[in-house]
Design a protein around this ligand. Structure first.
Ligand SMILES: Nc1ncnc2c1ncn2[C@@H]1O[C@H](COP(=O)(O)OP(=O)(O)OP(=O)(O)O)[C@@H](O)[C@H]1O
Ligand SMILES: [Mg+2]
Length: 255
């Protein structure tokens, strides 16, 4: 049984067809990429898979269960976490609280039980505290625990977002352009962190990314979409040489 099986996904926004019959299968412990030009439909795929959009057509099976139409928090509870193309952190909470809150959400505690500190919540508190500190430590963020994300450099904000996604113990991590806006030193750090997460947590990772260096050095397999349709699938090397991909996306400079 595959970890994730997407079949015939179609998404229309009014008159715009953002995805046409997109299918993709991912096995446990894979680290794979989704690439393609701007507006190709990549984020739409992630938005549907993680429960933010409801597909016009198609099915998504995660861990043997059909997840079409499930709300994002239900999908998260099943073991899928994601990051966003435009960072979405709680800017008025500290880095540590961002991680804590994500952990509580995953444990099924609502925002209000966190605010009102219910009994059940208080019992979970210590375990959450330990786990949140572990995640920060592992992501080399411990020294920023008390900072507010908006005051941190962009590269660190990206890393906090990654840490927050990990706080929910995912089996599948979806990363939407993790390298967007990073300088080259930060990109090196990001590659190192993703590789480390993959090895350490023994999870599966699916990433959207425009920076070919990141995709080519991390991914075992890539799918390429253009105008909502898959135009190629293969190893990074196969994709790099694929004439259709070069024409639609990479350009002659990639050769
Ligand atoms: N909620 C929405 N309502 C209307 N149109 C949308 C919506 N979300 C996405 N689209 C459109 O669907 C198409 C695919 O968008 P999507 O964000 O999936 O592209 P992408 O491949 O992630 O591009 P990029 O590389 O620029 O992030 C675009 O034409 C976009 O404008
Ligand atoms: Mg996108």
């Amino acid at each position: 049984m595959s970890l994730l099986e997407i079949t015939g996904l179609t998404q229309r926004f009014g008159g715009l067809q953002a995805l046409s019959n997109f299918s993709f299968r991912m096995e446990e412990r894979e680290l794979v990429g989704l690439i393609g030009p701007n507006g190709a439909g990549k984020t739409t795929v992630f938005n549907i898979v993680s429960g933010f959009y409801k597909a016009t057509e198609g099915t998504i099976v995660f861990d043997g269960r059909r997840i079409n139409g499930l709300k994002p928090h239900r999908v998260t509870a099943m073991g899928m976490a994601r990051t966003f193309q435009n960072i979405r952190l709680w800017n008025d909470l500290t880095v540590l609280d961002n991680i804590r809150l994500a952990r509580y959400a995953w444990l099924g505690y609502g925002f209000w039980s966190a605010v009102l500190r219910t009994k059940r919540y208080r019992q979970a508190e210590k375990a959450v505290e330990t786990k949140a500190c572990d995640v920060l430590e592992m992501m080399e963020l411990a020294e920023y625990a008390g900072e507010f994300p908006k005051n941190l450099p962009y590269g660190l904000q990206r890393r906090v977002e990654l840490a927050r996604a990990l706080a929910g113990n995912p089996r599948l991590l979806l990363l939407d352009e993790p390298a967007a806006g990073l300088n080259s030193a930060d990109v090196e750090g990001l590659i190192r962190h993703i590789r480390w997460i993959y090895d350490e947590f023994k999870i599966s990772i699916w990433m959207i990314e425009h920076q070919m260096k990141v995709v080519m050095s991390l991914c075992q397999r890539l799918a390429v979409i253009d105008f909502g349709c898959t135009i190629a699938e293969g190893t990074p090397e196969e994709i790099r040489r694929n004439p259709e991909v070069i024409r639609a996306y990479l350009g002659d400079g990639a050769l």
